[in-house]
Write a protein that binds this ligand. Structure first.
Ligand SMILES: [Zn+2]
Ligand SMILES: [Zn+2]
Length: 178
């Protein structure tokens, strides 16, 4: 599938929350998650597993009948993932239950997903540094809904950010030679 590039709102770039950085690749704007924590303050970033050259977000995940590690692309809006297990076709139509890979605490919360009639009532909560700002990701596999909850940024800006999605692979040639 083709990469559909969405512009990052300028209002957001001037007030980037801690834990999110802005990178330009081939003249295009991308937001990259730099740091996330579980509720108990353990880092969820995996330096040793890099996706598109950046540390990935590591979660202990239960999907259908499998449990193992998943590594999620830190590029905002990308849905690339690596699994330490092989999800079956049935698993890929189910939900993710995520836990901290260090202490095992649940990262789930109740939240109704309103994206295109998804209706999922569970989300994964990832805390940005400072303990106030967070990212909510719909727990239904394949649902692209991801939301930034940030105190000092107006809601219309976070609404625009929510619409940034890269379906399919981020084109690798965008990341070459940088
Ligand atoms: Zn933890
Ligand atoms: Zn959803």
């Amino acid at each position: 599938m083709k990469l559909v590039h969405k512009e990052v709102p300028v209002e957001f770039l001037t007030a980037l929350p801690e834990g999110i950085k802005y990178v330009q690749k081939k003249g295009k704007d991308f937001l990259v998650i730099e740091q996330l924590y579980c509720r108990d303050g353990h880092s969820l970033m995996a330096d040793h597993v890099r996706l598109h050259g950046e540390p990935s977000v590591c979660l202990d995940a239960k999907i259908g009948s499998h449990r193992g590690r998943i590594f999620v692309d830190a590029f905002w809006g990308s849905h690339d993932k690596l699994y330490s297990f092989i999800p079956t076709e049935i698993d890929l139509h189910s939900f993710t239950e995520a836990y901290c890979p260090h202490c095992g605490i649940s990262l789930m919360t109740e939240r109704l997903c309103t994206y295109g009639g998804c209706g999922c009532t569970q989300a994964i909560v990832l805390n940005l540094p400072g303990g106030v700002n967070k990212i909510m990701v719909c727990a239904r596999l394949g649902c692209p809904d991801h939301e930034l909850i940030i105190q000092q940024v107006p809601e219309e800006v976070t609404r625009k950010l929510r619409k940034i999605n890269y379906f399919g692979e981020i084109q690798d040639d965008m990341f070459r030679g940088i």
